[in-house]
Design a protein around this ligand. Structure first.
Ligand code: FCB
Length: 453
């Protein structure tokens, strides 16, 4: 399946409508300095009000699948208790509209908009949040489970834990190493509990998954092997270990021993987390080059994330993230399609039975509308080279089931606000006019002809 992806807070707007409660991103983006230009998701792409025309847009692009996320605070405004009917109905209309147009809905339960009321009682540092998430999953499963046959629990728990509670670049903006590691665990507990609830409540013969953002590690310094091992443990194996093998990697526990003994992992948790899934969602944008910092030379901090002071690398703060060779996207991320091939092959070697879906890949560039068109040649080239890389991986035996381009629409790019455009469709934020970019037309041709245009 080939299609495109979005996330609720990045496109919906209408933050005070339909009974929606506040999320951590409403609170975080209200604080001056957190988001470039003081942007917030209050209006975003106004997708909430433009649902029908956005569905027609997806249809005109010929998308086979659409990956969207459900805003938890639309379903449970305070993060617990009775469901808010208007919120459920919004996603019901979205799903019905997709099905009516022959587009497969892929529903993500959590793409970062935690109800603020739950952050107020500890957020992901609290085990209770995982239990609340299971209740939310059961509500959504019961309501949409007769129509949605493809489910993802979490999007990029790496970001939720380490950027949300470690570096502070993302909501809720906390900078506590212990909080970040507790969040790593409670997010995964939430994943396991939610899968159980989905399986209990969904009535279609559905596929279940989780989406992870992997760090594809490079480095040829004498110390790079140690740096790669550390970041692989903290960023990659911290999630694939519990979810796919039922254990935390021993070296992760050692690397973080100065912060915690992981006593918050209770007996039975790993059994809950280690659930069978039908495919692994893979988000890929660029590579990461590391070595150990010698403590003396000026230190590079080019890990591709907004540098806001706190560290997203608890216990491995002495890893240096080196500037990588270009070309770059406007995020400053290096363009490295080989990294995608390498990642897909590596995952299928590590987990031979597990099909893969690329749930996000795409690029931000400076786009301009000229005479009703956007000639985003760089994005077309980026996508062509990454689709080719995915194809090479398939030729090498990778069981790749889908490719979802990030993103359908230009949108609220978290800490960067509206300053970065990832869409295959341009959005004029003053008028909300949508203009299909050349990359969108390119994707349409790819889907129709089943070959690289
Ligand atoms: C990923 C996020 C997605 C988007 C892209 C650029 O980390 O899942 O929401 O911001 O990066």
């Amino acid at each position: 399946m080939i299609g495109s992806a979005t996330a609720s807070y990045q496109i919906e707007g209408a933050v005070n409508e339909g009974g929606r409660g506040a999320s951590i991103w409403d609170a975080f983006s209200a604080i001056p300095g957190n988001i470039v230009n003081g942007d917030t998701g209050a209006i975003a792409d106004d997708h909430y009000h433009r649902l029908e025309s956005d569905l027609d847009l997806m249809s005109s692009l010929g998308l086979e699948a659409y990956r969207f996320s459900i805003a938890w605070p639309r379903i449970q405004p305070l993060g617990s208790g009775e469901p808010n009917q208007a919120g459920l109905e919004f996603y019901g209309r979205l799903v019905d509209g997709l099905l009516a147009r022959g587009i497969r809905p892929i529903a993500t339960l959590y793409h970062w908009d935690l109800p603020q009321a739950l952050e107020d009682t500890g957020g992901w540092t609290s085990r209770e949040t995982a239990y609340r998430f299971a209740e939310y999953a059961a509500i959504v499963g019961a309501y949409l489970g007769d129509r949605v046959d493809c489910w993802t629990t979490l999007n990029e728990p790496w970001c939720s834990a380490y950027l949300g509670y470690g570096s502070g670049a993302h909501a809720p903006g906390r900078t506590e190493p212990l909080a970040a590691l507790k969040s790593v665990h409670h997010l995964q507990l939430a994943h396991g509990l939610a899968l159980r609830e989905l399986r209990r409540t969904v009535s279609t013969d559905a596929e279940y998954s989780v989406t992870l953002n992997f760090h594809v590690l490079r480095g040829d310094d004498a110390t790079s092997a140690e740096a790669k091992r550390r970041i692989d443990a903290l960023a990659n194996r911290a999630f694939t270990g519990p979810m796919l093998r039922g254990e935390y990697p021993a070296d992760l526990l050692e690397d973080t021993a100065g912060i915690t003994d992981w006593a918050f992992v209770l007996p039975g948790d790993l059994e809950i987390i280690h659930q069978e899934i039908d495919f692994l969602g893979v988000n890929y944008y660029s590579t990461t080059t590391v070595r150990m910092w010698d403590g003396a030379s000026p230190r590079e901090n080019a890990d591709g994330h907004k540098d806001v002071g706190g560290s997203p690398w608890p216990g491995s703060e002495n890893v240096e993230f080196q500037t990588q060779a270009g070309p770059y996207t406007s995020m400053g991320w290096n363009i490295a399609p080989d990294g995608l091939e390498e990642l897909l092959v590596s995952l299928s070697e590590q987990f031979p039975e597990l099909p893969l879906v690329i749930t996000e890949n795409g690029a931000a560039f400076e786009d301009a509308v000229e005479d009703g068109a956007v000639h985003d040649d760089e994005r077309v080239d980026y996508l062509r080279r990454h689709f080719a890389a995915a194809h090479r991986a398939m030729a090498r035996g990778v069981d790749l089931r889908g490719y979802l381009v990030w993103s359908l629409l230009d949108n609220f790019e978290w800490g960067y606000g509206y300053s970065k455009r990832f869409g295959i469709v341009h959005v004029d934020y003053d008028t909300q006019v949508r203009t299909v970019k050349d990359s969108g037309l390119w994707l349409t041709t790819l889907i129709r002809e089943r070959r690289l245009p």
